[in-house]
Write a protein that binds this ligand. Structure first.
Ligand SMILES: C[S@@+](CC[C@H](N)C(=O)[O-])C[C@H]1O[C@@H](n2cnc3c(N)ncnc32)[C@H](O)[C@@H]1O
Length: 270
């Protein structure tokens, strides 16, 4: 009798997890798909029209120009939402956010929001890291950035580094670079995201922010659970924007060599 009950409990648990999982995936699709043209216009209203029109064209899933000068079809999944983008834009508009970096550029939705803030403030610099920008994305993100990035004394406020984020981090550390805002949206496997956090946390300025995209994924939820439990040098910042998680760096990492606190491993599969 006891064994039967245990088996029943086990199957009920699996069923509930699968149900939640399906629900999360559906929620994610809704996040990406339910905004109408008028909705986008309204959400992006605060942006300079040049930046807004590039974004609207992408949110309409129109073919985009690559670095070969040809239009290429784009998929409708690889993007951040307009609400997320506007949240990043507003954070970049604060006086203290001058130096920004994103891991993962693809078609360049997030890049355009970062560059829109730099153009509006007339100060700032943005780095995008993406090893596949030319080979997988036809240089579409780069084409947008080259057209939109403000220049000062013929220096661009934008730089693309076409390499893996882990390798770039070492070069940036050697050149003593620091950033006020780092957006992690590159390779979404658990270990890649944890390594991105580990390597880019020291490059984050005190009071600077690290933002994670795609909180619907177990891999990202698990990295975030690790940070919440183990990294008191970062405090979580509340946001009502779905699908992102934000941390502010409040000190340097001062943990003992043996520090470890257990954390929740998210059990929904992605
Ligand atoms: C979800 S897309 C980024 C979307 C982009 N932030 C936007 O808003 O349009 C993920 C990107 O990460 C890039 N990527 C994959 N592995 C990476 C790595 N090791 N380092 C940096 N970027 C990586 C992919 O080429 C892809 O362009």
């Amino acid at each position: 009798m006891k064994t039967k009950l245990r088996a029943l409990k086990h199957f009920a648990k699996i069923f509930i997890i699968r149900l939640l999982n399906t629900f999360e995936i559906k929620m994610r699709r809704q996040l990406n798909c339910t905004t109408s043209e008028a909705g986008y216009e309204e959400l992006l209203a605060a942006l300079n029209p040049r930046f807004r029109s590039h974004l609207l064209s992408m949110y309409r899933v129109e073919p985009q120009l690559g670095t070969d000068g040809q239009p290429h079809p784009i998929d409708e999944d690889t993007k951040i939402s307009a609400a997320q983008g506007m949240w990043l834009y507003k954070l970049c508009m604060s006086d203290r956010t001058k130096s920004t970096l994103e891991i993962g550029m693809a078609y360049g939705y997030s890049t355009i929001f970062f560059l829109a803030a730099i153009a509006k403030k007339q100060v700032g610099h943005h780095i995008s890291i993406d090893p596949l920008q030319s080979s997988l994305w036809h240089g579409i993100g780069l084409t947008h950035a080259q057209e939109l990035a403000p220049t000062k004394d013929s220096n661009s406020s934008f730089r693309l580094i076409e390499e893996r984020s882990d390798r770039v981090a070492v070069d940036l550390a050697r050149s003593n670079s620091t950033f006020d805002l780092i957006f992690i949206d590159g390779n979404h496997r658990f270990d890649d995201v944890l390594v991105d956090f580990y390597l880019y946390a020291p490059l984050t300025a005190i009071n600077g922010h690290i933002v994670f995209d795609d909180m619907w994924m177990s891999s990202i939820q698990t990295v975030v659970a690790f940070i919440r439990a183990n990294r008191s040098d970062f405090i979580e910042v509340y946001t009502n924007i779905p699908n992102i998680c934000v941390f502010r760096k409040v000190s340097e990492d001062g943990r003992k060599w043996s520090h470890f606190k257990t954390f929740n491993v998210s059990c929904t599969s992605s």
